[in-house]
Design a protein around this ligand. Structure first.
Ligand SMILES: NC(=O)c1ccc[n+]([C@@H]2O[C@H](COP(=O)([O-])OP(=O)(O)OC[C@H]3O[C@@H](n4cnc5c(N)ncnc54)[C@H](O)[C@@H]3O)[C@@H](O)[C@H]2O)c1
Length: 259
């Protein structure tokens, strides 16, 4: 497929946040964007993550790389300053990060602590709002932003626990940001991938059951892979999708339409 993709994103500047390894959804997005011609800025969480991410950034010829922990004051500002200095603009932004403390994630919502809830909400949702605020001034010619959600935002998915309300807030945030940024030509999409065996997914109890269930339900009869998410974002990033904004786009072989 990749050899037949034309460079529809040639010259576009894209920031990808959330690559932990080559299984990460963010890596699928980065690979699809690069294949379509975009220039990439790629971040890693910290020095521990760097050896796993830096080789992927090199493979994808990223012109900007940086360390970014959204919970550390000043790191987001520093990253956007670097992007402003080097590129002078930004066209695309992918937010593909989530976190909840293990004890809060693995207990039911009834038992979720205020601190755990606030941390999950800050890293998995409000950080997207902060990124959008910093990205928008660099998107003077318009642009597109993506945030990764999950079906648990709208339906009860056993064991998804605190992340359900957090993803619901993320999807609502995408709608409000789409409303506020639409007049500036900036589109905002929540993407809702079906279950994928990634590092983040390994924190969810009985994740295998979710995979089996999704495969059974999906009208297309198959689980997805990270490139399915990447190509969807790449399409939404192009002007072929210029009148689409604010929606949650499911990339799940149709599983969410089945009761
Ligand atoms: N895997 C799935 O089944 C699935 C399904 C739907 C949505 N998602 C969502 O996709 C996104 C990406 O997850 P993934 O499955 O690719 O797993 P992943 O573990 O590969 O990626 C999660 C990323 O979040 C980053 N992160 C965590 N805390 C951070 C912080 N404080 N600052 C900066 N980065 C931080 C990690 O470094 C990692 O790169 C998440 O929002 C997740 O909820 C995953």
């Amino acid at each position: 497929m990749e050899t037949t993709i034309s460079r529809v994103l040639a010259g576009q500047k894209a920031l990808i946040v959330g690559i932990a390894n080559d299984q990460s959804i963010a890596y699928g997005c980065a690979k699809a964007f690069r294949t379509a011609g975009a220039d990439l800025a790629i971040t890693w969480l910290n020095e521990k993550a760097r050896p796993h991410v830096e080789p992927l950034a090199i493979e994808l010829e990223a012109s900007i790389t940086a360390s970014l922990d959204v919970s550390k004051p000043g790191e987001l500002d520093a990253l956007f300053q670097m992007i402003g200095k080097k590129w002078g603009r930004l066209d695309l932004l992918v937010h593909s990060i989530a976190f909840a403390p293990k004890s809060d994630l693995q207990g039911g919502l009834l038992d979720c602590s205020a601190e755990g809830f606030a941390t999950a909400m800050d890293i998995s949702c409000h950080s997207f709002i902060r990124m959008a605020r910093l990205a928008a001034p660099l998107m003077a010619d318009g642009g597109a932003m993506f945030a990764m959600s999950y079906l648990g935002a709208n339906k009860v998915v056993p064991n998804y626990n605190v992340m359900g309300p957090v993803k619901a807030a993320l999807e609502a945030s995408c709608r409000y940001l789409a409303y506020e940024l639409g007049p500036r030509g900036v589109r905002v999409h929540a993407i809702s991938p079906g279950p994928l065996n990634t590092r983040a997914a390994s924190g969810i109890k009985d994740f295998e059951l979710l995979l089996n269930e999704a495969a059974k339900k999906a009208p297309l009869g198959e689980l997805i892979d990270i490139m399915d998410v990447g190509w969807t974002c790449a399409y939404l990033a192009t002007s072929f999708a210029q009148r689409l904004t604010g929606d949650t786009v499911y990339v799940d072989s149709g599983a969410h339409i089945v009761a």
